[in-house]
Design a protein around this ligand. Structure first.
Ligand code: ADP
Ligand code: MN
Ligand code: MN
Ligand code: MN
Length: 356
């Protein structure tokens, strides 16, 4: 194993200029990530200069028939925390050979919305709180839970410490550092209310980049859990009953919300989000109805509401924003398994572009 370790850490860039690029894309469920690697001449700093590539869509549930080739376009690059050196992770989106975005490619439309001149002028910032659950590999039961049984009720686990309260911290911390190394704007982590459940936050980041970062942060996390022999779940309600679900609260602000007079702009945005509650709910993640029950710090999925410091509202406005009369708000509805391309662009579309 020490020889293996040596081989894994060879610095390729010194001799010759070869680097390894790991191309990442979204698979057929719209939530699974796939990747494969190729050798390129380095160093690499611009995704636009990378070659397009392809994969077999019939093996990812994204194509049928004899010609199942799907073409992937490099969109964002990150330093590879696994291979290190000059090696890179490449977030891609997917197209048919004719150049049409395939159904799981939500990035293409999102990039269109987020590059609209009216949206760009408002410089939308996002902060995404990604919750997730770690599961024991063979039984798919949360980490730290007795197999076939339950831990003590919720209470001591949120931001908790100790061998009987925090399960999986090494994975969480490895992920935190790996994301910083990769160039992801990860702003923090915390243990969640349900034991075995954790959260990381990405942001604030402007525009489409936040969604690229969330996807690559998810990718890095699943690679780390793979090494640790732990299963990663983004199920919005992994354990039914009196156990918290997992969400992806999306914090949002525009330039005019962050400036004086911003509170009125926030109120108008919330009003518009209320008018489109149904459309947003249908795009905020599969199985979200199991999570948004109105209990366990969630809103009821059928009714739109907002409030200052209200954890049972659809939209929560923070204390600082209320006091300073400007700032940002939190959309608490998105599920942990949401597509950040969809959620971020939809919020911009409704609050900036839509004129009801
Ligand atoms: P919570 O109190 O809901 O747990 P967190 O601290 O987990 O909130 O996450 C808040 C997120 O909001 C962070 O990612 C942070 O970077 C982001 N954020 C802060 N200010 C803004 C802003 N003006 N616009 C958008 N997002 C912001
Ligand atoms: Mn949080
Ligand atoms: Mn949380
Ligand atoms: Mn939150």
């Amino acid at each position: 194993m020490s020889l293996l370790n040596h081989l894994l850490h060879i610095d390729l860039f010194k001799n010759p200029n070869s680097i390894i690029a790991e191309y990442i894309w979204i698979g057929g469920s719209g939530a699974d990530l796939r990747s494969k690697a190729r050798t390129l001449e380095g160093p690499i700093s611009d995704p636009a200069k990378l070659p397009k590539w392809n994969y077999d869509g019939s093996s990812t549930g994204q194509a049928t028939g004899k010609d199942s080739e799907i073409v992937i376009y490099p969109q964002a690059i990150f330093r590879d925390p696994f291979r290190k050196g000059k090696n890179v992770l490449v977030m891609c989106d997917a197209y048919s050979p004719a150049g049409e975005p395939i159904p799981t490619n939500k990035r293409c439309k999102a990039a269109e919305i987020l590059s609209h001149p009216e949206v760009v002028a408002e410089a939308p910032w996002y902060g995404i709180e990604q919750e997730y659950t770690l599961l024991q590999k063979d039984v798919h039961w949360p980490l730290g839970w007795p197999v076939g049984g339950f831990p003590k009720p919720q209470g001591p686990y949120y931001c908790g410490i100790g061998a009987d309260k925090a399960f999986g911290r090494e994975i969480v911390d490895a992920h935190y550092k790996a994301c910083l190394y990769a160039g992801i704007n990860i702003s923090g982590i915390n243990a969640e209310v349900m034991p075995g459940q954790w959260e990381f936050q990405i942001g604030p980041v402007a525009g489409i980049a936040v969604a690229d970062q969330v996807w690559v942060a998810r990718y890095i996390l699943e690679r780390i859990t793979e090494l640790a022999g732990v299963v990663l779940s983004f199920d919005p309600k992994p354990i039914p009953g009196d156990w918290n679900g997992a969400g992806a609260h999306t914090n949002f602000s525009t330039k005019s919300m962050r400036e004086d007079g911003g509170f009125d702009v926030i109120m108008k945005a919330i009003e518009k989000l209320g008018l489109r509650h149904k459309e947003h709910m249908s795009a905020y993640g599969d199985g979200n109805e199991r999570r948004l029950t109105g209990k366990h710090e969630t809103s009821n999925m059928h009714t739109f509401s907002w409030g200052v410091l209200d954890r049972e509202a659809s939209i929560r406005v923070g204390r600082d924003t209320e006091r300073e009369r400007k700032g940002y708000f939190e959309d608490r509805r998105p599920a942990s398994n949401m597509d950040p391309y969809v959620v971020t662009s939809m919020i911009a579309e409704t609050t900036i572009l839509w004129k009801p």
